[in-house]
Design a protein around this ligand. Sequence first.
Ligand SMILES: *Cc1c(COP(=O)(O)O)cnc(C)c1O
Length: 400
Amino acid sequence: MATSPYQWIDQALTTIHRASWHRTVQPLDGKAGPVLQHGGRPVVNFASNDYLGLAGDPRLAAAAIEAIQAYGTSSTGSRLLSGQRPIHQQLEQAIAAWKGTEAAIVFSSGYLANLGTVSALVGGRDLILADQFNHASLISGATLSGAQIQSYSHGSLDDLQQQLRTLRPQYRRCLISTDSVFSMDGDICPLPGILDLADTFDCMVLIDEAHGTGVLGQTGAGAAEHWGCRQRPLIQVGTLSKALGSLGGYVAGSAALIDFLRNRAASWIYTTGLTPADAAAALAAIAIVQSEPTRRDRLWQNVNRLKQGLKQQLAGPAQPKRLGQLLPSDSPIFCVQVGSAAAVLQLGHQLNAMGYLVSAVRPPTVPVSRLRLTVMATHTPDHIQALVEALGRVLSSVQA
Ligand SMILES: *Cc1c(COP(=O)(O)O)cnc(C)c1O
């Protein structure tokens, strides 16, 4: 009997629906910022990665427009062929200067930066030790590399050391890879301890600063600056698309590393160079991040405001049978764990109906479903207070 070779897709979708894992996209309207439009109504946005509120900044828009007028809309080819513009070099120099590294290279996205870097650094005779909660792009890069992949317990130096003792001698090279700020948890990696272990066991270290860049450290240079580790050998990957309000990814490190990636990172070589507009917007953002530390101060005031509010709301007497547990956070990312995927979806929809945009994150992205809230420098105290109250109301209604 002739059945369609595509029949299985319907069955797979049915399974996804049954588990409450099905995802859909929702169009949001209006300029990037703390308040967007959803279905014709305003929603306060606690779901974006635009931590410093730069994505809607007129100075980034002006820089992007100027670059389009100068160079056109596309870089028209691989950086190695026809895609290199002066703006790429300016951006890479600005990133290296800010990060305190010899050199930097920009990719067309953070995902591509991780894919290309991890797969270029290790191969079949090598070992990757990866934090169990690493971002999907680090995991994809590891798989692509063909190296032996071993995960260690989240943030555990003891487990990492144990595994290094057992496994390291069997392999040629070893790469320890970790998010700096964990994207779906909000805590940060114990970088100094990781670097010490890397010294002892002769390993390379790659940290993914997607959520650290612009947020952590005296000048916003990330977790490496926060921990005072910028002088140590380290591969720093990150994105231009979160606190920097643009699009693209980067790697910062030694001049030799960057030169090697230009020759070996397939996701840089075989793809079109970052657009001039994205490069210019990111360059403008880096200048603003360095010259306006008050933005970061306002972000951290809001982080502390939301943290206090959530702690009170989730621990208070109004929640006798606590549904949500607040995960430890050292960043603008806050996660409230909710047991089931169906419940977290319901909570997300209820908050949305009340005018708050929050993310309901479910497996397979995370092992346990959670509401994920991200705070921006441009939220007002009222936005935050109102969100905390709304969260309290929906949690008690689900419990009732
Ligand atoms: C968002 C993210 C990326 C991917 O960056 P893009 O520029 O959006 O492709 C990589 N790593 C982590 C930890 C992220 O959160």
